[in-house]
Each structure stands twice: as C-alpha cells, then as structure tokens.
Ligand binder design. Structure first.
Ligand SMILES: Cc1ncc(COP(=O)(O)O)c(C=O)c1O
Length: 422
C-alpha cells in the first residue's frame, strides 16, 4: 500500500490533499495515514502465520496516544525503555503480559513499577543490573521475570549511532556473560529467566545479520532450557529497514511501492525456522517499520537566498521537528505539495534554528519554489515527533491522523503558554 500519491498535480495522503491541511492547520504539521499504519502492522502479523508471537511495537519511534491505541487494538504489545513509556503502553490498553522493558539505564523506581505491574519481561543489560533487579524483587517479595539482552557482536553495517549489537556498543551482555547469568539465575529465588532478547540496530536492510542473530539466539535458548529454565520467549528486536530514497517520486500519478526494504514475509519465516525446535514464543520489536512511511512533515518555505554558489531554501520546520538529518545525516525525500510546470533547482533545504547543523537536505534537486509554497518531508512517521524539542522556544507541531477523507487532530499544537508553564 502507498498512502501518498499525486492526483494530477496535487499531493494526497489517502483522500486528503495535503495543501488543504496546511491551509487549515498551519505549518509545520505532522500527518499520519491510518491505512498505512494498519497495513504495516498486518504485514508483520501475517508473516508469522500460526506461529505464536507478539509484535512489541517500539514506542520510541512514535508514541502519539492515538497511534498507540490503534496498534494496541490491532494486537500489538510494547517495547518500552522508560517508566514513561511503560505508562503510555498501559494507558493505550496494552496488557502487561505483552510489554517488555529494555534500556541500559533503568531507574530503580521503574524496575519496581515493572515488577509490581507484572510485565512480560525486564531485559537485563548488565550483570550489575541483574543484581539490582534481584535485590528489588527480594525487597518486594516478588519474582521478577527477566530476559537477557544479548550483544551477539553482529555488525549491521549501518550508521554507528544506530548499531547496537557489536562488542563495545553499550547495549546488552556477551554470550559468555549470558551463560554465566543463565547459571546464576537458576538458583535465584527472586528472578525467573523467561526470555532472551537482542536488538542489533536500526535500518537493517539485509537478511544476513538477522539470520546469524536468530541462530545465535536459538542455540543460547537451548542452553537455557537444558539448564532447567522454563524459557518462554525469544525476542529478536526491531531494526527492519526502509528505503527512504524510494518513498515517492515526483511524477504525476507516481504511486511508489511499499518502501519497506526487508519484506517481513521473507525475514519472519527465517526466524521461525531458527527457533521452532525450542518451542518458544517469538517476539519482534519493530518501531520504524510500523510507522515511518505512514507520516509526513509539512513545512512552508519562508525565504530563499544564495550564499556563494549555494542556493538555500529556508523552511519553517527544522531540527526541532525532525532531527534525523542533523543527527545521522539521514536522507528524507522532500517533495512539493503542488507540482508546477517549473524547472528544478539544486539547493540546501534548511530550518530556522540557530545551528548550522539544522538542515533537511544538502544539494538536493528540487522543483523551483517560492515564499509560501509548502513541501512534504517524507517518511517521517518514525523518530520525527518523538525526537522533537522546544529548542529556540519553539512550540511542538500539531499531529493529524488522516483516514480516507477524514482528518482528526491527534495532538494539538503547543502554545507559547504551554511552553512557558512547562
Ligand atoms: C531495544 C529496541 N527495540 C526496538 C527498537 C526499534 O528499532 P526500529 O525502529 O529500528 O525497528 C529499538 C530502537 O532503538 C530498540 O532500542
């Protein structure tokens, strides 16, 4: 499915012209497609067939309450990394037994809450953290369900900031350390080893790292089971990559195809093949792959200028709305809301923030635009709004959900008073 398309010269999300949204609600604004979100979830869910599984959506990608409720209704569980995300997951209707808790620096108060609520598994990211979890559980006189987060030393060959499964990265424990903990937990009255977890990074576009991950995890699971643990699940994390470059071409009536570069119907059966002998439940934690291509950021052109040889288009959204280009030099397609019979130009598209690193694109070929024209920054449903900030005292943007012809405000634009009173 493709939620964005040009009808003649106008860019639509489902049945709504994005220029109408810009006129009615102002810019910058985020819009998300209901159909795309549901179809993304279903693609993953269908790929499991009958195999027992839970898709634990990684809330960090986009934690808008309406989107969370939609995914909860579709059957999703949650991968949370803070007490705040745990609260959001529960509020959205996700049952505790579908929630897993990751993160290298969990606070005692959040571990305590997770134990009391009875979530499915707390990921152990270090030996010291295991000891803290065990102490808290003993103080509460409860048994904590723990899952070991394995760092399998697999390189995903992506941006170093989003690689998380190599030795030296801060996440998880080595397989050797895991074997030691598998033994230790066996005699712990306050911890149950219920799962094994790994998340080796984001934007993974090849199947190979996943294959070696699944086989490492399956053999560790066998060892845990042989040691006498009643292991319930293996969680292979998220990271399913997208082709941001392929999101939409500015051809009239261009459809683009689904811009997931790893097809779940190819990857998930490999996971199942690797783990089925262990008989355990399978979990994955996609974030980006469920929400990224469902969202666009609409921004208005404020000014044009030329410095030296460089054309610069200054828009009203910046790193405060979308930090991925500044943070990882990430690519996002940028297209006009209205195609005109105009030449293209090569320009930097930059935001208004007082940082030279505040840009969306460098030397991008783009249709000639003028003051007041609007642009859509594509594939921004993940790690867009969730990484937004109030830097330069900028209120966060409005978020809209588009469903067919209907439009719903799913988060109001912040006001200056909201900012001042925060
Ligand atoms: C533990 C964990 N699981 C899942 C994800 C989701 O990754 P992605 O959005 O690439 O699927 C992340 C992202 O950082 C993560 O840290």
């Amino acid at each position: 499915m493709q939620c964005l398309h040009y009808d003649k010269t106008t860019l639509y999300m489902e049945n709504v012209a994005l220029s109408e949204l810009a006129n009615e609600f102002g810019t910058p604004l985020y819009a998300y497609s209901f159909k795309q979100l549901i179809s993304n979830y279903k693609r993953f869910d269908d790929a499991f067939g009958d195999y027992p599984h839970t898709i634990c959506y990684a809330l960090k990608a986009n934690s808008n309450p309406t989107i969370l409720r939609m995914l909860a209704k579709s059957g999703a569980g949650a991968d949370v990394v803070s007490g705040g995300e745990l609260f959001f997951a529960l509020e959205s209707g996700i049952k505790p037994e579908k929630i897993v808790f990751a993160g290298v620096g969990k606070r005692d108060i959040d571990i305590e809450a997770a134990i009391k609520i009875g979530i499915r598994g707390i990921n152990v990211e270090s030996e010291m953290e295991y000891e803290v979890i065990s102490d808290i559980a003993s103080r509460l006189n409860r048994v904590a369900p723990v899952s070991l987060r394995i760092n399998p030393d697999i390189d995903i060959h992506g941006h170093p900031y989003i690689a998380t499964g190599r030795h030296g990265d801060k996440f998880g424990i080595t397989t050797d350390a895991a074997l030691t903990l598998i033994d230790r937990i066996k005699s712990d009255d306050y911890c149950d080893l219920v799962g094994l977890h790994a998340h080796i990074g984001s934007q993974i576009k090849e199947i190979k790292p996943y294959e070696s991950l699944a086989s490492t995890m399956a053999s560790l699971a066998k060892k845990a089971i042989d040691t006498g643990h009643r292991l319930e699940y293996i969680d292979l994390g998220g990271g399913f990559g997208l082709d941001y470059e392929r999101a939409l071409t500015v051809d009239i009536n261009a459809k683009g195809d689904d811009d997931l570069s790893l097809d779940p119907s190819e990857v998930i059966p490999k996971f199942i093949d690797a783990v089925k002998d262990t008989g355990v439940h399978l979990m994955i934690e996609p974030g980006r792959a469920l929400v990224a291509n469902a969202g666009v950021l609409i921004t208005e052109v404020l000014y044009l200028k030329k410095t030296g040889e460089t054309n610069i288009i200054i828009v009203d959204a910046g790193m405060t709305e979308l930090i991925r280009p500044s943070l990882y030099s990430a690519y996002h397609g940028i297209v006009p809301l209205e195609i005109r019979d105009a030449d293209t130009m090569v320009a930097d598209v930059v935001g208004p923030i007082c940082e030279s690193g505040d840009f969306f694109a460098r030397e991008r070929e783009i249709q000639h635009v003028g003051r007041g024209d609007c642009l859509a920054v594509l594939t921004t449903g993940a790690y867009g709004y969730s990484l937004a900030s109030n830097y330069n005292a900028r209120p966060k943007s409005i978020e809209l959900l588009v469903r067919g012809q209907r439009v719903k405000v799913i988060r109001e634009r912040q006001s200056l008073e909201d900012l001042w009173n925060e």
